[in-house]
Ligand binder design. Structure first.
Ligand code: NAD
Length: 454
């Protein structure tokens, strides 16, 4: 099928590349000229495992093109994806101006046959009908005759860091629309994914496709992210209780996660959730609830717990080092999670700001971030980072940090304190390597008689 993807960020570029890989003819449109020039030269503007290779092979197979020309993209696609950003406004609601600009642009350029306009951006509940109206405004501006179109909500659930894998191995595909014709076209588009032709395990049953109305599809996206964020805030709250009563949250999480009603994922206590999606999606759902006269108390608490959790590493540093003024703190990792270069709303940014406010000197080492205009010293290796530090804080659970030889770091440090902010390091090994280990909700790890095997 002929596809146009508008907006080539983490979602749009991965969607465009993967749809080209499964056999569709894809044009990706972005209004950022330098980004488009980079992609036309075969380079990916973002880091996502496997993406650059797939992108280059789809371009060589002439299945994938990049342009800044929206008119050309709209003329090409039978299916037009809107995948631009919807960041949060200071009020917590979504900033939909980019979606609005694209919807109007589609309307202005709409011509040829029937088109399906797909909202892949995470948009406020009710945006499907709003997009339809804006497209029609664009059409009216040009006084054009059009063959008709329908709007589909097709929320995206990919995770940064495994976006390509997730696209080929989705848990489900959600399609919201009141048009049978549009849904049928979307089902045809996704058929190779539904049958797992490109999936890791082809023997699995077909991917479930949830076909529903526009508002329910939009709500599914917000509810999914709000649930996952709340689950993390829940285990962080349990971790804080563990710290006080001398229990080990990793053992508690293992014990509750074995209950199939709970499940073990998203039960890793740490220094809070962040990134480009959870914070803004939870705020947007709270804001929508407020707009409709409902006080979303549980979600507001999940946000409050997370805000406090982000500063927990500082509290633990103060308890151990006392005065932070004049101390040197090294951050292992900056991104909000491993395998991405995304720094949007990363807990590291709050940590840096607060440590600097308290008079500490902050250094950081991240395997992918080498220059992002951060006002701190970026080390080029963990060894360079550790040199002269009073403490290390593990901020991001990159694989590299799980495999580090910490015994090599301890001798070059002024004091050998490590705050294991993601609970992904073994306390005993760290202590053997010469560190004072401080985890999140792990004050009981020493007392543990025997770990639960999971
Ligand atoms: P992004 O900021 O990485 O990318 C947006 C892209 O849109 C940019 O390349 C920008 O140049 C382009 N753009 C903006 N206005 C444009 C216009 N008028 N015409 C053409 N291009 C334009 O955003 P993202 O992280 O890919 O997120 C996109 C949407 O998907 C958001 O609504 C987000 O909530 C949702 N989402 C993101 C993720 C994720 O992991 N990042 C996961 C699921 C859903």
């Amino acid at each position: 099928m002929r596809v146009c993807v508008i907006g080539t960020g983490y979602v749009g570029l991965v969607t465009g590349v993967c749809l080209a890989k499964i056999g569709h003819d894809v044009i990706c449109v972005d209004n950022n000229e330098s980004k488009v020039a980079l992609m036309q030269s075969g380079q990916s503007p973002i880091y996502e495992p496997g993406l650059a290779e797939l992108m280059q092979s789809a371009m060589s197979a002439k299945k994938l093109k990049f342009t800044t020309d929206l008119a050309a993209g709209v003329a090409h696609g039978e299916i037009l994806f809107i995948a631009v950003g919807t960041p949060a406004l200071p009020t917590g609601e979504s900033d939909t101006r980019y979606v609005e600009a694209v919807a109007r642009g589609i309307g202005i350029h709409l011509n040829g046959g029937y088109k399906v306009i797909v909202n892949k951006s995470t948009v406020p509940i009710g945006s499907g009908d709003w997009v339809r109206r804006i497209v029609l405004d664009g059409v009216a501006e040009r006084k054009a005759e059009i063959a008709g179109f329908d709007v589909v909500s097709n929320p995206e659930f990919l995770r940064e860091g495994s976006a390509v894998y997730d696209t080929f191995n989705p848990d489900r595909i959600v399609l919201g629309s009141n048009s049978y014709k549009a849904i049928a076209m979307m089902q045809e588009l996704y058929q190779p994914l539904v049958t797992r032709e490109f999936g890791e395990d082809k023997s699995l049953p077909p991917v479930p496709v949830v076909v529903t109305d526009l508002s329910s599809a939009e709500t599914i996206k917000y509810a999914a992210n709000s649930f996952l964020a709340t689950k993390i805030s829940f285990i962080n709250e349990v971790a804080n209780i563990c710290d006080r009563v001398g229990a080990d949250v990793t053992q508690v999480a293992a014990g509750i996660g074995l209950d199939s009603r709970i499940g073990k994922r998203f039960l890793q206590a740490g220094i809070g959730w962040g990134g480009s999606c959870f914070p803004k999606d939870v705020s947007a759902l709270i804001h929508t609830a407020d707009d409709y006269g409902y006080n979303a108390e549980l979600l507001k608490s999940a946000v409050r717990v997370n805000q406090k959790q982000r500063y927990l590493a500082i509290e633990k540093l103060q308890q151990t080092l006392k005065i932070l003024k004049g101390k040197t703190i090294g951050l292992l990792g900056l991104t909000f999670k491993p395998d991405t270069d995304d720094l949007r709303d990363a807990p590291a940014l709050d940590l840096i700001k607060e440590l600097i406010r308290l008079g500490a000197r902050v250094k950081a080492y991240d395997p992918i971030i080498t220059n992002k205009n951060l006002e701190i010293m970026l080390a080029t290796s963990p060894e360079e980072l550790a040199d002269g530090c009073d403490a290390l804080v593990l901020v991001t659970d990159w694989q590299e940090f799980l495999e580090l030889d910490y015994a090599q770091l301890a001798p070059v440090m002024k004091k050998t304190v490590i705050i294991a902010g993601r609970n992904c390091l073994d306390p005993q090994s760290l202590e053997t390597a010469g560190f004072t280990y401080i985890g999140i909700g792990r004050s009981g790890h020493i007392l543990r008689p025997k770990a639960i095997a999971v």
